[in-house]
Design a protein around this ligand. Structure first.
Ligand SMILES: Nc1nc2c(c(=O)[nH]1)N[C@H]1C(S)=C(S)[C@@H](COP(=O)(O)OP(=O)(O)OC[C@H]3O[C@@H](n4cnc5c(=O)[nH]c(N)nc54)[C@H](O)[C@@H]3O)O[C@H]1N2
Ligand SMILES: Nc1nc2c(c(=O)[nH]1)N[C@H]1C(S)=C(S)[C@@H](COP(=O)(O)OP(=O)(O)OC[C@H]3O[C@@H](n4cnc5c(=O)[nH]c(N)nc54)[C@H](O)[C@@H]3O)O[C@H]1N2
Ligand SMILES: [Mo]
Length: 758
């Protein structure tokens, strides 16, 4: 077995001085003013502004500095003093900018003016807002609404998102793909089907009551660092934390609280995980089946010896269906297969299983390690089986808690951004606005890509994000982009997606969330929903990066007004002038969840919008929570073969999705470059490769399509054999568009079939 000392790794703990250094470095680069530092002090506080980084909840009793390294980076990134002005854009053709790295594009700073792409000079040229809106309206009116796609990245507020979805439906389509389609769509589909709620069931107080927390494929230290605070408190309370992850991610191993002075000054660190199991990528169904098998065996023993139960038999009886079939299947699955598929030893799985057996209240947390697989649905089904059998759902201190990504990605779905019409109260909307909304299913991300390739899509609007960079199959998609007649990108900074343009293209710069949003009735607040279904108000105070920016609400309203015929019930200008009126509309559409919305906007800790599964009301087809018989023991969508590896695409500690803050993945010990392939030393030797050798990765999906990424340095790393790691988004050309979760179509970015070309 390879040892950590033979590999590249990080010596410190997550948090601590290293994390302060991370903040300082970016602060130095972005040259923040005193006003910016003030903004950090208001971050995630009541009547402050809500962080634009991750979706972890903002507690009522916030720390004096309730932000983490990555939240600070995100804020400083938004409030940079650099400006991407018309002069800067005039100095570089779009063809030239296409050769730049993502990092360098965003380093140009905040976009200051609305811009139109000028094909003759191959540059962006400034334009007036009204000119842009009129042209967009003209273009949209000229095409069939079904040929337009309105994408959103999960950052825009509830107010913007609600209007954006309304715009799409008034115009005539449900083509509302969301970054969620590449992320937790597996959750939305699986949890809806299994427990009748598309989101997690936990609230913050559950973390104070549980006895065990199980983590599957979620990198807390980098991606939701503030969650380390409740975890650290839980550990101090004696809560056992068990982690399943192919990589020993530092944040879940040890944590040093950068906000706890004692831990900063002394070498005291909190070990986080009691047990850390390096499951093979795609091995979770097998691992969870092993845990389930152990629980069933423990039940049998306990009943035989003490006439007592390990299982929650009353819950199973009253609230679920399908237990017997699931049980028979798990008992029929041998340990040999479980060990082979999970890459874990039976004894280790049983040790974890015993922690689960002994815990009275357990929480399951997970991230992209479960959702981004061809059998991602099966991952969540297996996990739900395990959680249901002990009644760990809908009881204080228990539950299933997907850790969401973008700061309002969950909320966007809540207020109507969905390609699935059955998830939206269309009848109510029809009544509210006096029109007949489209009822046919819209395009999700993968479908939109397919239709862009086939030429059926004519217009693409991006409400934030970096679509072309985030999706699979980059080469083919970039080429197909030329089919589009209209592309509109609403953004804060320049990125690759802004350089792949349709015939008519606009770049519309918007306010960031930390900036003051002044409208007719004064400064406006916006709202978002966190991972635990709590809604928070956010008030930007910083001076906008440029006087020419518009808010996202104003931009959506401007485009809508120029596109749609007048309707007395649809008052874009009035709504833009006062966002409280948009909140009234949201309340009207969703009265159960958003009652008294305006009065509750600044509730400390946010207001909880409720969750039926938490109340043990199962809005599933059968009216019960569902056990499932797994149809496969691996979540990987290809057969093993010699020299075929499972590529896991990773986020570094120094990026937010396609935004690269820098080249220091401190928590994994990788510095100065992102062009690496992380590989087990024994695999390196077996393949006849050497540390430091530069190689290419080649797609091995068996579909005859050549996909390749060059210039990657072999780096020894403690990964299970057969699994290799490399960074997202650089590796996205290697992922076939058809390679996605079977049920939800979430691209399977955590188990991509590749070969190494020396
Ligand atoms: N700083 C920062 N914060 C972020 C983001 C960011 O890019 N940077 N992105 C935001 C967004 S949109 C999202 S969705 C979240 C993403 O946050 P996460 O859900 O944490 O996503 P990833 O970092 O992609 O991968 C998570 C972990 O899955 C592990 N893994 C890979 N394959 C498997 C597997 O088969 N099984 C198991 N058990 N584990 C596996 C990886 O080793 C990794 O540690 O973070 C959000 N927060
Ligand atoms: N291989 C691989 N691919 C993946 C993933 C993976 O793990 N592996 N993860 C997937 C996941 S989980 C996600 S969520 C997607 C992410 O996909 P996206 O959400 O589309 O991408 P981001 O990188 O978050 O978008 C960054 C851009 O957003 C813009 N922006 C920033 N702030 C604002 C704002 O306030 N308003 C507006 N309008 N624009 C703003 C900036 O211009 C910035 O360049 O990628 C997916 N793709
Ligand atoms: Mo995400």
């Amino acid at each position: 077995m390879a040892e950590e000392q033979d590999t590249v790794h990080y010596e410190g703990a997550e948090g601590g001085w290293g994390s302060l250094r991370g903040i300082t470095e970016i602060a130095w680069r972005e040259k923040p003013t005193p006003a910016v530092l003030n903004t950090l002090r208001r971050q995630n506080k009541v009547k402050g502004f809500m962080c634009v980084s991750c979706a972890w909840t903002k507690p009522a009793n916030a720390h004096p500095l309730e932000f983490c390294e990555n939240g600070a980076k995100a804020t400083l990134w938004e409030l940079t003093s650099r400006r991407c002005t018309p002069e800067v854009l005039a100095a570089h053709t779009v063809s030239e900018l296409k050769t730049w790295k993502d990092y360098d594009l965003e380093q140009l700073g905040r976009i200051t003016h609305p811009m139109r792409y000028d094909r003759a000079t191959d540059t962006y040229v400034p334009c007036e807002w009204e000119e842009a809106f009129a042209a967009i309206g003209r273009e949209l009116k000229a095409i069939d609404p079904g040929a337009a796609v309105f994408y959103s990245s999960g950052r825009a507020s509830l107010e913007t998102s609600y209007l954006y979805a309304l715009f799409a439906r008034l115009y005539g389509h449900n083509n509302l793909p969301d970054s969620s389609n590449m992320c937790h769509e597996t959750t939305s589909v699986a949890l809806k089907k299994l427990i009748g709620s598309p989101v997690g069931t936990c609230v913050l107080s559950d973390f104070h009551l549980c006895d065990a927390i199980f983590f599957f494929g979620q990198n807390t230290g980098s991606n939701s660092p503030r969650l380390l605070h409740p975890l650290q408190e839980a550990v101090k309370r004696g809560v056992k934390i068990v982690t399943f992850n192919p990589i020993r991610e530092k944040g879940l191993e040890v944590f040093k609280n950068p906000q706890g002075p004692v831990e900063m000054l002394t070498p005291k660190k909190t070990p986080i995980s009691t047990l850390y199991l390096q499951v093979k990528a795609g091995g979770d169904i097998a691992a969870i089946t092993g845990l389930t098998k152990h629980v069933l065996a423990a039940e049998e023993r306990k009943w035989a010896e003490e006439k007592l139960h390990v299982l929650d038999v009353d819950f199973i009886e009253q609230h679920t269906q399908g237990f017997a079939a699931m049980k028979a299947h798990v008992e029929g699955t041998g340990w040999e297969e479980i060990e082979e598929e999970s890459g874990l030893a039976r004894a280790d799985i049983e040790e974890a299983g015993q922690i689960y057996v002994e815990a009275k209240r357990s929480i399951a947390m997970y991230g992209m390690g479960l959702t981004q697989h061809v059998h991602g649905f099966e991952n969540l089904a297996a996990l739900t089986n395990l959680w249901l059998m002990k009644g760990n759902m809908g009881r204080d201190g228990t539950g299933i808690s997907p850790v969401r990504g973008h700061s309002n990605v969950q909320g966007q779905r809540t207020v109507g951004i969905s390609e699935k019409p059955e998830l939206v109260p269309l009848d109510r909307i029809a009544e509210q606005y006096g029109f007949e909304p489209p009822r046919e299913e819209g395009m999700n991300t993968v479908k939109a890509c397919e239709k862009i390739v086939s030429g059926d899509v004519k217009a693409f609007i991006g409400l934030g994000g970096n679509f072309v960079r985030a999706i699979p199959e980059r080469e083919k998609m970039e080429a197909a982009w030329q089919n589009l007649r209209l592309t509109v990108q609403i953004a804060t900074k320049l990125n690759r997606s802004h350089l792949i343009n349709g015939e008519v293209a606009f770049l519309l710069p918007c306010l960031g969330r930390s900036e003051e949003d002044l409208q007719e009735t004064g400064a406006q607040a916006v709202t978002m929903e966190d991972s635990l279904s709590c809604i928070h108000g956010s008030l930007g105070k910083n001076t906008p990066a440029s006087e020419h920016l518009k808010s996202e609400v104003a931009i959506v309203a401007g485009m809508a007004k120029a596109t749609l015929p007048p309707n007395p019930k649809v008052r874009w200008d009035e709504w833009t002038g006062d966002y409280a009126k948009i909140r009234d509309l949201i309340e009207e559409t969703y009265p159960e969840q958003f009652h008294d919305f305006n009065a509750r906007v600044f509730t400390p800790g946010g207001f909880y919008r409720g969750n039926s599964a938490r109340e043990r009301v199962w809005k599933t087809e059968s009216g019960k929570a569902e056990f499932t018989v797994p149809k496969t023991m691996t979540s990987i969508g290809f057969e093993p073969a010699d020299w075929r590896y499972r590529l896991v695409t990773l986020r570094s500690n120094d990026q937010f999705n396609t935004t690269i803050y820098g080249y220091s993945d401190r928590l994994r010990g990788i510095e100065g470059t992102r062009d690496v392939v992380l590989m087990n030393p024994e695999d390196i030797a077996a393949a006849g490769l050497e540390n430091g050798q530069v190689v290419a990765l080649v797609s091995d999906a068996g579909d005859g399509v050549h996909r390749q990424v060059d210039g990657l340095t072999i780096t020894p790393f403690l990964l299970p054999r057969g699994c290799i790691g490399a960074y997202y988004p650089e590796m996205n050309p290697l992922i076939p568009l058809w390679y996605h979760d079977e049920e939800s179509k979430t691209p399977a970015a955590k188990g991509v079939p590749v070969r190494i070309k020396a």
